[in-house]
Design a protein around this ligand. Structure first.
Ligand code: IMP
Length: 428
C-alpha cells in the first residue's frame, strides 16, 4: 500500500491531527483535500503543543511535503500567520509547502457574511465557526469563487471581485452592513498574498501523481468528519465540503483507484459542536464530566463541545460511506477514567440513520459489563502500548466496536503524545 486516507468518522474533533502526525512519520507527502481553517488540529510534539488549521499535520517532519488541495478554501491571512508560527517553532524551514492553484480563497467579506448571517437569525443558525467557510464554498458553486490562480492575474482578480461585489452587496445591505466592498483595497491586499503564495502554487493533482509514480507514500488528511459532510452528514447542520473519503478524489483531482486504504477516526465516545442532531448527547452532569475529562473545547473557536456516549449506528453509517478499511479509536484513556459507561448499539424502532435520518433517532444503550473505570484505569490505559496491557472490559469494549462496524481497529490512541499510541496494523 502506498496511499492512505485518514478521515473523521463522527462530527469532527476525533483527534485526526495526532493520528496523522503519527502516521506522517512514514509518509513522503501529506495532502489535505477539503475544508479550511474551520479545522483545528492539535499536535503534541515532545510536550510542545502545535495547533494547525490549514497546514497539513505532516509539518512536524522536516522534508515531508505538505499539500493543500483544490477542494480546500484558504484564508491567506490565517495561512500566513500559521506558517509564521510553525516556522517560529523551527519547523517548515525548507520549501515543503505547496498549495493548489485551484483552491478557493476566503476574503474578508466571506468571513463577515458568515458572522452576519449567524447573528441574523437565531432560528436558522448552524453554529458555524464564522471563518467564512460556507460563503466561500457557496461562491465556488455559484461560479464566482476566486481561486489561488486568480490572485496571480490582477486583471482577472479585479473582474471577479467586481462580480462578487455586485452579487453580495444587496445581502450585506439587508444585513445592516454600512460599508461597501472596497475592490481597490482588496486588490492591493491580494497582491501581497500573491507575492508569497505564488511560489508555492502548483497543480496539486500532478503533485500527488508524481509522488505515487515515484513509489512514495502519500497520506490524505481529512478535516471535520463524515457526519458533517455536505452530502452525507446531518444536513443542513453540516460544513460545506466533502469530508468523506470520496472527497479525496474530487478535492485533489485523482481517481479512486489511487486510494489504497481508508482509516476512520473515532473517539471512544462522541462529541459535537454547533447545532444539529446528536442522538447520544448527555445532558447535565454526565456530559460535563466527559467534557472536563476530555478537555472538550474547540481548538479553533474555544467553544465547549457537547459530549455523549459512542453511537454505533452513526459509526456504522460513517464506515459504509467512507468504505473504511481500518478504525482508529482515540481518547480511550479519557473514557477509562469514568466509573461507568454506556454504548448506543441501535436506535429504537429499528430506525436506520441512512434511510430515516437522525431527527427521530432514540438511542438504545447497553451498559458495558464489569466496567470499574477511575483514575487508576485511566493511567493504566494511557501507559498501555499493547492491547493486552488494557483492562479486560476495555478490550471487550473495543471488540464490540469492531463487531458492530465490521471494521478492524488498526490503532488506538491513549493520550496526546505520539508515544501514547497502540499500533495494530501498518499504515502503508
Ligand atoms: P462551518 O464549517 O464553519 O461552516 O461550520 C458548519 C458546522 O460544522 C458547524 O456545526 C461547525 O461547528 C462544524 N465544524 C466545522 N469545522 C469543524 C471542526 O473542525 N470540528 C468540529 N466541528 C466543525
Amino acid at each position: 500500500m502506498s496511499t492512505l486516507a485518514v478521515v473523521g468518522a463522527q462530527w469532527g474533533d476525533e483527534g485526526k491531527g495526532k493520528v496523522v502526525d503519527v502516521i506522517a512519520a512514514e509518509a513522503d507527502l501529506v495532502a489535505r483535500y477539503a475544508g479550511g481553517n474551520n479545522a483545528g488540529h492539535t499536535l503534541v510534539v515532545e510536550g510542545k503543543k502545535i495547533v494547525t488549521h490549514l497546514v497539513p499535520s505532516g509539518c512536524t517532519y522536516p522534508g515531508t511535503r505538505c499539500l493543500l488541495g483544490a477542494g480546500m478554501v484558504i484564508d491567506p491571512e490565517v495561512f500566513k500567520e500559521e506558517i509564521a508560527e510553525i516556522r517560529g517553532q523551527g519547523l517548515l524551514q525548507g520549501d515543503e509547502l505547496r498549495v493548489s492553484l485551484d483552491a478557493h480563497v476566503i476574503f474578508p467579506f466571506h468571513r463577515e457574511l458568515d458572522g452576519l448571517r449567524e447573528d441574523a437569525s437565531a432560528a436558522q443558525t448552524i453554529g458555524t465557526t464564522r471563518r467564512g467557510i460556507g460563503p466561500a464554498y457557496e461562491a465556488k458553486v455559484a461560479r464566482r469563487g476566486i481561486r489561488v490562480r486568480d490572485l496571480l492575474s490582477p486583471a482577472r482578480l479585479r473582474e471577479r471581485l467586481e462580480h462578487n461585489k455586485r452579487a453580495l452587496e444587496p445581502e450585506f445591505a439587508r444585513l445592516g452592513r454600512d460599508r461597501e466592498i472596497d475592490v481597490d483595497a482588496l486588490c492591493a491586499q491580494a497582491a501581497s498574498w500573491a507575492a508569497w503564495m505564488g511560489p508555492m502554487a502548483c497543480d496539486a493533482s500532478a503533485e500527488v501523481l508524481d509522488f505515487v509514480a515515484a513509489g512514495k507514500r502519500v497520506l490524505f488528511e481529512g478535516a471535520q468528519g463524515a457526519l458533517l459532510d455536505v452530502d452525507h452528514g446531518t444536513y443542513p447542520y453540516v460544513t460545506s465540503s466533502s469530508t468523506i473519503a470520496g472527497g479525496v478524489c474530487t478535492g485533489l483531482g485523482i481517481g479512486p483507484t489511487l486510494v489504497d486504504g481508508v482509516w476512520g477516526i473515532t473517539k471512544a465516545y462522541t462529541t459535537r459542536v454547533g447545532a444539529g442532531p446528536f442522538p447520544t448527547k448527555l445532558e447535565g452532569e454526565a456530559g460535563d464530566r466527559l467534557r472536563d475529562a476530555g478537555g472538550e473545547y474547540g481548538a479553533t473557536t474555544g467553544r465547549p463541545r457537547d459530549c455523549g456516549w459512542l453511537d454505533l449506528p452513526a459509526l456504522r453509517l460513517a464506515a459504509r460511506r467512507n468504505g473504511l478499511t481500518g478504525l482508529v479509536v482515540t481518547k480511550l484513556d479519557v473514557l477509562a477514567c469514568l466509573p461507568k459507561i454506556e454504548i448506543c448499539t441501535r436506535y429504537a424502532d429499528d430506525l436506520d440513520p441512512g434511510r430515516d435520518g437522525f431527527d427521530e433517532a432514540a438511542p438504545v444503550y447497553e451498559a458495558v459489563g464489569d466496567w470499574a473505570g477511575g483514575p487508576e484505569w485511566g493511567e493504566r490505559v494511557s501507559k498501555a502500548r499493547r492491547p493486552d496491557e488494557l483492562p479486560a472490559p476495555v478490550r471487550r469494549y473495543l471488540d464490540r466496536i469492531e463487531e458492530a462496524t465490521g471494521v478492524p481497529i488498526t490503532m488506538i490512541s491513549v493520550g496526546a503524545d505520539r508515544e501514547q499510541t497502540i499500533r495494530l496494523s501498518d499504515a502503508f
